[in-house]
Design a binder for this molecule. Structure first.
Ligand code: NAP
Length: 338
């Protein structure tokens, strides 16, 4: 990397109204920051793009505070420790955390942007996907929340995405029959031909209810939901008695108001269990999850794909890809200061 004295950043300029566009972000250059005692200076190399970032742009606190206007956008990212005034972080080590859209991060243990040292044996892409938050989310949702059993019928929404594709393949490895919902013929083909799913539904071209009648004639035992809205409502209608509904994400509502549920009563009629969860609830089980995910990946029983964009200037455009479904797999961006 060429030595830079500039810190490029993308700030949140205004709060989005409905669908985001790139004009809500503003480019800024500031001098490369300096660090105080206990802090580390991280040079960012890889940015992860996560639908949750959209929720952090709203002025409403969630499990973390909203991003303040005029501040750099928050993002899960990975980089190299360039300077350290903390004994636990060696210069040159690789770290990841809740950083910002910036070339340099002043990270500090105990703060929201606390850096976590990445095992040198794990490549950056895996650290931000299969062996990072996405992998743990999928594993916890399938095994701990949904408690998927062999021979059950499992449906996964946004199944070709980062979380959905891992969740669907973990359900397959548990011996379940797995149906994936995705937004293009190419994504559906990848799910059946590469990931080994038993069936798919292209929600953009097919009627969900009719497709469930055909593909899940005995009802849906477990639904791993990344989408919400009319998709979730259709699952209420087609759920099996005592079905389990794992609420992982609700991407259909991150940019649009919620829709009323027509089939909500089915939760009572079928004694459904509907349970939300956050990946943070399961950090203490990460080692077990990553051991299993690594084993499956080594045996080609789990397939991953990455959508890698490049260049700091392309960060805002890349964020939009998650909501149009342009991303084919885990959305990452490689910084060009490398
Ligand atoms: P992703 O699935 O790789 O990308 C998002 C995908 O969602 C897009 O590719 C698109 O696929 C689909 N999508 C976008 N807008 C949609 C809409 N209006 N209706 C239906 N589908 C839509 O992203 P990810 O990072 O893996 O996240 C997936 C979900 O998991 C999100 O809801 C996220 O918030 C959630 N999540 C939750 C946790 C947790 O702790 N609970 C942790 C991580 C992620 P198509 O082309 O198929 O439409």
């Amino acid at each position: 990397m060429k030595e830079s004295t500039i810190n490029r950043q993308w700030l949140l300029r205004e709060r989005p109204k409905g669908e985001i566009n790139t004009s809500i972000f503003e480019y800024r250059e500031t001098p490369k920051p300096t660090i105080a005692e206990q802090q580390v200076l991280v040079r960012t190399q890889w940015f992860s793009f996560d639908p949750a970032q959209r929720t952090w742009m709203e002025p409403v606190p969630t499990y973390i505070p909203p991003v303040a206007l005029g501040e750099p956008m928050r993002a899960s990212a990975l980089g190299i420790v360039e300077e350290s005034k903390h004994p636990d972080y060696a210069v040159g080590s690789r770290v990841q955390g809740l950083f910002n859209w910036a070339d340099y991060i002043v990270a500090e243990p105990g703060q929201l942007n606390a850096p976590a040292v990445v095992d040198p044996a794990i490549d950056p892409q895996s650290a931000l996907h299969l062996l990072g938050a996405t992998g743990l989310t999928a594993w916890a949702g399938i095994h701990r929340v949904g408690k998927v059993q062999a021979n059950e019928t499992v449906v996964v929404s946004a199944a070709a995405g980062a979380t959905g594709s891992i969740a669907a393949q973990l359900a397959k490895q548990s011996g379940a029959r797995v149906i994936g919902i995705a937004g293009s013929a190419e994504k559906c083909k990848w799910l059946t031909q590469t990931c080994g799913l038993d069936g798919t539904i292209n929600y953009r071209t097919e009627n969900l209810s009719k497709a469930f009648e055909k593909l899940c004639p005995d009802g849906i035992n477990v639904f791993f939901d990344n989408v919400g809205g009319t998709t979730l409502d259709a699952v209420f209608k087609h759920a099996a008695q005592r079905g389990r509904i794992v609420i992982c994400g609700q991407i259909a509502h991150y940019q649009a108001p919620p829709v009323p549920f027509v089939h909500f009563m089915q939760i009572i009629v079928k004694s459904l269990e509907v349970k939300g969860f956050l990946v943070f609830d399961y950090w203490d089980q990460a080692a077990e999850a990553y051991a299993q995910l690594s084993k499956y990946a080594r045996a080609s029983k789990i397939h991953t794909r990455y959508d890698v964009q490049r260049g700091f200037k392309n960060i805002p455009e890349t964020m939009l890809r998650l909501f149009s479904g342009k991303n084919n797999g885990k959305q990452l961006l490689e910084n060009d200061t490398l």
